[in-house]
Design a protein around this ligand. Sequence first.
Ligand code: GDD
Length: 340
Amino acid sequence: MKRALITGVTGQDGSYLAELLLAKGYEVHGLARRTSTVNTARIAHLLADPHEPTTRFFLHRGDLSDGGRLLALLHEIRPDEVYNLAAESYVGASFEEPEHAGEAAGIGAVRLLEAVRRSGAGCRYYQAGSSEMYGAEPPPQSECTPLRPRSPYGAAKAYAHWLTTTYRESYGLHAVNGILFNHESPRRGEVFVTRKVTRAVARIQAGLDDFVYLGNLDAVRDWGYAPEYVEGMWRMLQADEPEDLVLATGESATVREFVAAAFDHAGLDWEKHVRFDQRYVRPAEVESLVGDASRAEERLGWKPRVRFAELVRIMVEADIRALRHEGRHWIDHPEVDGWG
Ligand code: GDD
């Protein structure tokens, strides 16, 4: 049985990746921060009694701020594959807390890489890179596009990207950078623009709210469906040779187009419900991210199937359902003590 360690397991991607690996027969270990409030909602349905002999999903307390803890965990778990998904992933917040962004997404990755190297576990390593690293470079962006980040988050991710490359070239680690364009789902955090909008659509349709406040509607993004992107992460680590690859749909839309499509799906006129708030405009904006994932298709046979219109439908309908059946949404699964 293969063993995997996922950092950031409580996030959107971490939860989908854990599901995918469990379905493939892996033993899955997740690293999650200790918090006083419950932060395991996305993985609550996977948690099981760690004493049961059939349990294959284990949570470990910790984060990327403690290199000693990471090394101890690698010795204990002896994973075959490590997926580093942990970070403060909201770009806007990284302008307010730039040191924290650098610590979590940048230095945190180095601590984990160093722990992997020192443990001698010989495991494969996946680094969650981001299209945000391309920043000011015009689209379409591919593996050949230079990195020109325009946010503390993007700069920290670029640092982690080059450190992963450095560890691969210096120590022969089987380490890859996945450069993922925006990927969304009903599990997307509520601060990101897609989920913020689809949640607002559900609430406005239900008469609970009248308006949603947004920033720059002109930004162009390439939005894919998160479950397909975690499949791409896994495929990257199965390749014989470690190679950095872009995952994207190649389809572009403005934030305004996403907003219009989401409201339209619920039979609402977006212009009556969307208001501008300067607070959501970033000090520097990444205007346009549209990826070219042809190399991933060629190397891994990876090709996204869910496109823009379908993604909007999935997310709007999930938020409408969640509101109608309060208490029965994925975030409301009963808590089980799955701490290992
Ligand atoms: N979040 C947010 N909230 N974004 C807004 C808003 C708003 O009210 N109004 C306009 N936007 C614009 C942002 O300025 C940005 O141009 C675009 O909507 C998308 O914002 P986000 O959904 O926050 O995502 P992101 O593109 O900044 O970053 C996401 O994708 C990266 C990959 O490209 C995050 O998931 C990152 O973690 C990821 O690395």
